[in-house]
Design a binder for this molecule. Structure first.
Ligand SMILES: Nc1ncnc2c1ncn2[C@@H]1O[C@H](COP(=O)(O)OP(=O)(O)OP(=O)(O)O)[C@@H](O)[C@H]1O
Length: 490
């Protein structure tokens, strides 16, 4: 039989030990009960007679809803959970942190560390409690204060489970909020000597307002980044050049064009994030930093590139020279070989999705990435770069689809005009009939023919392509290609 009174006694002992541990970890938290009271006042959590947290009612816009709506973890979530409540597990009964063991005063005050261990989206981040408050919803507070029995505990657990299941858009309306204070703006990163003047110029251009002390907002994007300008957009996203306030470095942040309300749309956005994370750091892949959801928009922070190969070609005709194209081909083959070795395929390789940073080419836009083993949905990329088998719904050799796209990309850059989307030219290219490219060597043109072979199995893999002798011969070194900086030119 379950002895509730004995358990409560043990819990009381354990709880005080646990609280003292918490005190050690929080500079604002002390063992002394009077100081406890004082510090709790600082938290501005006042409970009215009917159990409502008055602080919640004052100015809801001062708080930020939990942004980590589903599988994106909070960026400040600690690795270690300080508390965990497993009501069903008797083995844990000695260390059970029962709300019934709390003093009435504590009961009236939401204890985020206890409650949030139930929920993935209400995290238990280490908090400077003077700045971050996570008041619970009214209903949760009332229930928590009245818990006296195991039944009540079970009820609480059920309520919390239901709360976790609330869809993101509804959660925003709940008063489960967390106050965040923006990072101070880093006007100068002392480790970035080259970029300091540029950053300062950009900041001045944008007339960035000084952040007010204690200023709060409801946007992680606005809190953490200063937006400098929009640098591009596609069908799905808008991309901004931003300065990260805390480190003073420039990044690109890609934001979905529209709120992602449908599950399928959120899943699609997550595909890009998860593929980028799975590929990991590689010199020829646009570097991924983090991603999050905010007001139903997906945000992805990546390294900021100078531009795309398409933009580069428009400003620097030397990109179309054979040795430059070989360099693009080699670097993209390097990115693809890593992806393919990890069982991923890109499926949207094209000049628009090859970025340039300091003369290095980087594969980006992983919005159509999928698994080579066809265990995930497949969404074909731009038809101009897709081989015949994809148009015939044959997905048996997806890595070779990327190889065709690589050949088509380089072929387009060499001939200097966009590939057709339909018509006889479109058909001829899919039969492997390429028009001669005057000024380009036969080995180079043979590689393109091999990559665009209508038979997928006859195309070289990325790893095989990298072994081609053409990439190992000595060529005269030329200055790195650069894309004009649109920001500084006006
Ligand atoms: N990391 C970056 N650095 C610099 N510019 C970028 C970066 N990411 C994107 N851009 C710019 O933003 C544009 C749109 O980005 P992207 O192609 O990723 O958006 P998208 O909506 O997924 O596009 P699409 O409709 O082609 O799928 C790019 O063409 C490029 O000009």
């Amino acid at each position: 039989m379950y002895d509730a009174s004995a358990m409560e006694h043990n819990e009381g002992v354990d709880l005080s030990q646990q609280l003292s541990q918490v005190c050690l970890e929080s500079p604002l938290h002390h063992n002394n009960s009077e100081e406890d009271l004082e510090s709790q006042d600082k938290f501005d959590i006042r409970i009215s007679d009917d159990g409502v947290n008055l602080a919640d009612q004052e100015n809801p816009s001062d708080y930020i809803c939990s942004q980590d709506f589903f599988c994106t973890p909070d960026f400040i979530t600690p690795v270690d959970q300080q508390f965990s409540i497993d009501l069903d597990n008797k083995e844990n009964s000695n260390s059970l942190r029962s709300p019934s063991a709390l003093t009435p005063l504590r009961l009236k005050r939401p204890r985020p560390d206890n409650i949030h261990s139930h929920s993935t989206w209400l995290d238990d981040s280490p908090r400077d409690l003077g700045q971050e408050i996570i008041p619970l919803s009214e209903s949760t507070i009332v229930e928590e204060t009245s818990i006296t029995s195991i039944d009540k505990k079970t009820q609480l657990a059920e309520q919390l489970a239901q709360l976790s299941a609330i869809p993101p858009s509804s959660r925003e309306r709940l008063p489960n909020m967390r106050r965040r204070v923006p990072s101070p703006v880093c006007l100068q990163n002392p480790f970035l000597e080259e970029d300091v003047s540029l950053q300062q110029k950009l900041i001045a251009q944008a007339r960035m307002p000084a952040p007010l002390s204690g200023q709060t907002s409801i946007s992680r994007y606005r809190d953490d980044f200063h937006e400098i300008q929009e640098i591009g957009h596609g069908y799905f996203s808008r991309v901004f050049k931003v300065l990260k306030r805390i480190d003073g470095c420039l990044y690109a942040v890609k934001r979905s064009q529209h709120p992602l309300l449908a599950t399928s749309a959120r899943k699609q956005a997550l595909t890009e994030v998860q593929a980028l994370a799975a590929v990991g750091a590689h010199e020829n892949v646009v570097r991924y930093y983090t991603a999050w959801f905010e007001s139903d928009y997906c945000y992805i922070q990546t390294e900021l590139c100078d531009g795309t190969v398409t933009q580069l070609r428009n400003s620097d005709p030397s990109v179309s020279l054979e040795h430059s194209l070989l360099e693009i081909m080699r670097q993209m083959a390097s990115a693809l070989s890593v992806m393919h070795a990890k069982g991923l395929v890109h499926l949207d390789l094209k000049p628009d999705n090859i970025y340039v940073l300091n003369g290095v080419y980087k594969l980006g836009d992983f919005g159509r990435a999928t698994r080579a083993d066809r265990s995930m949905d497949i969404e074909e990329g731009d038809s101009r770069y897709m081989p015949l088998e994809i148009l015939n719904d044959d997905y048996s050799q997806l890595p070779k689809v990327d190889m065709f796209a690589l050949g088509a990309t380089i072929y387009e850059l060499a001939r200097g005009s966009s590939l057709p989307t339909s018509g006889s030219q479109f058909q001829l290219l899919r039969q492997g009939k390429l028009t001669l490219l005057p000024g380009y060597s036969t080995p180079f043109q043979n590689i393109l023919k091999a990559l665009m072979n209508p038979t997928a199995s006859a195309r070289p893999s990325a790893a095989e392509l990298l072994k081609h002798p053409i990439f190992h011969r000595d060529v005269p070194s030329l200055p790195s290609p650069t894309v004009p900086d649109k920001t500084t030119s006006h």
